[in-house]
Design a protein around this ligand. Structure first.
Ligand code: ADP
Ligand code: MG
Length: 703
């Protein structure tokens, strides 16, 4: 019998939850904290001191020695600098562990080594971290010991955002304010806040750690840069939802336990489409916490893998020829009095509100399709989007048959009197229909699909932070809500006005709706006819950040300034160039020091055998033919290697970040492909015993 897990007790045991605050803080202090959490504002220093002491006592009781302001710089991952609770000893040499309110609220890490895209001049190296009270503090335990992690936002001296969290928090305020205006129009007077809720399904690969360590490309680039396809891939579709192997099962169990302790509601786990690919999905929560938790999920996945002799690959495309990994970002809006604004609801009135919300979202997504596409781009995702497996690079919205039909009727006749499933409509007070929840429709090829009471944004890459996509979603929908509310608040006859507005938005933006096969070639042409953007790469999408339309959107709600956006665009070019540079150098090293020497050894053994056979008077034409084939591919490899070295050197001479990034994309990457091709062919003919690294089959079928 296995040990019985007390999940209820385990859950959140490493989190300084609201419950723990309530237990440990004086009533008045707790109330003050709760008030700032709910309504915003700042904690007075005296109050912060009390909170800090309680937090430190709890942390120390649980073994903590250090604290850190945990933040999310523009590297896409998290950063931390540890400080011990240690203070100056007294005369007798006694030391008391201390932690002040000031230390809790504000930190001053040196910002000069984080990407800032020119925002922070080198002489102004200071950056500030400020406690994000809406996300709870937690304990991280590893070889370093136990560390109290305080989620924070990271800004420059002048208050410019240097991280992914600050704009997200700003966008959550914007969507809350504008969504409230919408629910007010429909008579909801109780709600005081609307929260964007997010549930991020996380895909990942697991490979054997020993084998992983033999592949420099996995270590440095997170993906294989060479590798012939395994004889078996995903064609039999036997891995998806398949029985979970023992070793992977033990990993998943351990991962769940670690996540539960951190208050992450890991809920669903299954094998994914590609061999060695899996998925974990948590229960949704407020966008801000979901972003933090997704970072913890990724970190914990990697950490726990090590304990099981495994390596967790979060790259969007670790293996060519089989599916890559993404993150389905499920997004919805909930009022604090329990209404999901994306739920069609049970009464006609709720239906009308839902149809208005839907119309606004269609408008938002159509108006800002480029921005949404941009928000889901990272270097690895360039291998997925538009590459016949992940959602295409073209943004479109999937509504399902029933809803699409309702939109069609509204657009054509201004009324939607019937419902596709034949059910009787409760049209009630207006010409708008009563809708069923349509949770069953599934279209896996759509990048932005309505799934019952939420939208599922499926473009996001598996290794990327989900902060940017959610910041973009919140912002574009806030803008559409704002414009709708501006109209409707001054309308004389609300019923007519809302009806007309829904019809208008749906008519103007129906081109964004697409229920067909998003992977098909026809869709690419159809989308072009409709005038929908098809942005193929991360760096082609980057310019969207600084178009007038985007700047106006973000400045309107105080989410980004123009300067902040310019700096982010710059960082994208830099990140792209650096990443491809690392990949290219890794290829140069692997080809020059592993593959080419191995092939030379193999051709020597062939040549020896030709000579031996001939001198023995035997036929050697098989060996001779093989030798010729190997030599030809070896020559092609060496030639491509030389060209790659030259291309990388040339890239280094380009000083404009954007130009350099495009050079890496258009020139360096092409040569990388040219080097990969002959080496992958060689892998299929060279003696496996002599091949210097584990193959795709070794990596993906022997976990
Ligand atoms: P799928 O069929 O896509 O696997 P699931 O029902 O498993 O769908 O849900 C996927 C994710 O959607 C989960 O993380 C879940 O918590 C999340 N989700 C469900 N409802 C909402 C909501 N209202 N807002 C945001 N995310 C949600
Ligand atoms: Mg899903």
């Amino acid at each position: 019998m296995s040990e019985v897990l007390n999940v209820e007790e385990l859950f959140g045991s490493k989190v300084f939850t609201l419950g723990k605050m309530k237990e440990r803080l004086p009533r008045s202090v707790y109330k003050e904290v709760k008030c700032v959490m709910d309504k915003g504002g700042e904690l007075p220093l005296a109050t912060a001191d009390v909170v800090a002491k309680a937090m430190k006592d709890w942390a120390v009781e649980n073994g903590a020695t250090h604290y850190t302001h945990w933040f999310q710089p523009l590297t896409g991952i998290t950063a931390e600098k540890h400080d011990a609770f240690v203070t100056h000893p007294d005369d007798e040499g006694h030391m008391l562990m201390e932690f002040s309110g000031k230390e809790l609220i504000k930190g001053e890490p040196d910002a000069s080594s984080f990407p800032s895209g020119g925002l922070r001049a080198t002489f102004e190296a200071r950056g500030y971290t400020a406690w994000d009270m809406t996300s709870p503090a937690f304990l991280k335990e590893d070889a370093t010991g136990v560390i109290l992690c305080i989620p924070t936002a990271f800004c420059s001296y002048k208050g410019e955002a240097l991280d992914k969290k600050t704009p997200l928090l700003r966008s959550m305020e914007a969507i809350s304010a504008q969504a409230l205006r919408i629910v007010r129009l429909f008579g909801n007077k109780e709600a005081t806040k609307v929260a964007a809720s997010v549930g991020a399904e996380q895909e990942y690969f697991l490979v054997d750690r020993e084998k992983y360590l033999q592949r420099t490309d996995l270590i440095f680039a997170g993906r294989t840069l060479f590798g012939a396809a395994a004889p078996k891939g995903q064609e039999l579709e036997d891995h998806y939802f398949g029985t979970i192997r023992e070793r992977v099962g033990a990993y998943m169990k351990d991962l769940n336990i670690e996540l539960w302790k951190l208050g992450v509601t890991a809920r669903t786990q299954h094998n994914e489409v590609a061999p060695a690919q899996h998925e974990l999905a948590p229960i949704y929560e407020s966008a801000n916490i979901a972003v933090d938790h997704n970072q913890l999920v990724m970190e914990t996945m990697k950490k726990v893998a090590g304990r099981h002799g495994l390596a967790c690959l979060l790259h969007e495309k670790p293996f060519a020829g089989v599916n890559g990994s993404g993150k389905h970002n499920n997004w919805s809006l909930g009022t604090d009095n329990g209404v999901n604004m994306l739920d069609p609801g049970d009464t006609p009135n709720e239906n009308i509100q839902f149809l208005l919300v839907l119309a606004c979202i269609l408008k938002a997504v159509d108006t800002h399709a480029e921005l949404l596409r941009q928000s889901a781009s990272d270097v690895g995702n360039d291998h997925r989007l538009g590459a016949n497996e992940a959602p295409p690079a073209i943004i479109s919205v999937f509504l399902g048959e029933q809803l699409e039909d309702v939109v069609k009727q509204l657009v054509e006749t201004g009324e939607a009197a019937r419902c596709l499933d034949g059910g009787k409509l409760q049209t009630g007070v207006s010409t708008l229909p009563d809708l069923d929840k349509d949770a069953t429709d599934r279209n896996r090829t759509s990048p932005f699909a309505f799934t019952g009471n939420k939208f599922e944004f499926r473009m996001v890459g598996s290794s990327d932070s989900i902060a940017s996509p959610n910041t973009a979603l919140n912002a574009i929908v806030a803008e559409a809500f704002c414009e709708a509310a501006d109209e409707l608040e001054k309308a004389e006859d609300f019923d007519i006005a809302v009806h007309d507005l829904i019809k208008k938005y749906m008519t103007e933006h129906q081109r964004i709706i697409f229920n067909g096969d998003g992977y098909s070639e026809e869709w690419v042409h159809e989308a072009e006819r409709r005038g929908l953007p098809n942005i193929k790469s991360m760096i082609e999408a980057a310019g969207t950040l600084t178009t007038d339309k985007t700047v106006k959107l973000f400045e309107k709600f105080g989410i980004f300034t123009k300067v902040e956006l310019e700096s982010r665009e710059e960082i994208i070019y830099e990140t792209y160039a650096k990443t491809i540079n690392i990949e290219a150098l890794t290829m140069v090293a692997m080809a020059g020091r592993q593959y080419i020497p191995a092939v030379i050894k193999y051709s020597k053994s062939l040549a020896d055998s030709v000579i031996a056979l001939k001198s023995a008077g035997a036929e050697a034409h098989v060996q001779a033919e093989l030798l010729n084939a190997v030599s030809a591919k070896l020559a092609a490899s060496k030639d491509a290697l030389t060209r790659l070295e030259k291309a990388v050197a040339e890239a280094g001479t380009i000083h404009n970040a954007k130009e350099q990034a495009f050079f890496y994309k258009d020139t360096v990457r092409a040569v990388m492909d040219e080097l990969r091709a002959p080496i992958d062919e060689l892998e299929m003919i060279v003696d496996k015993e002599m091949w210097p690294v584990p193959s795709y089959a070794d990596l993906t079928f022997e976990v």
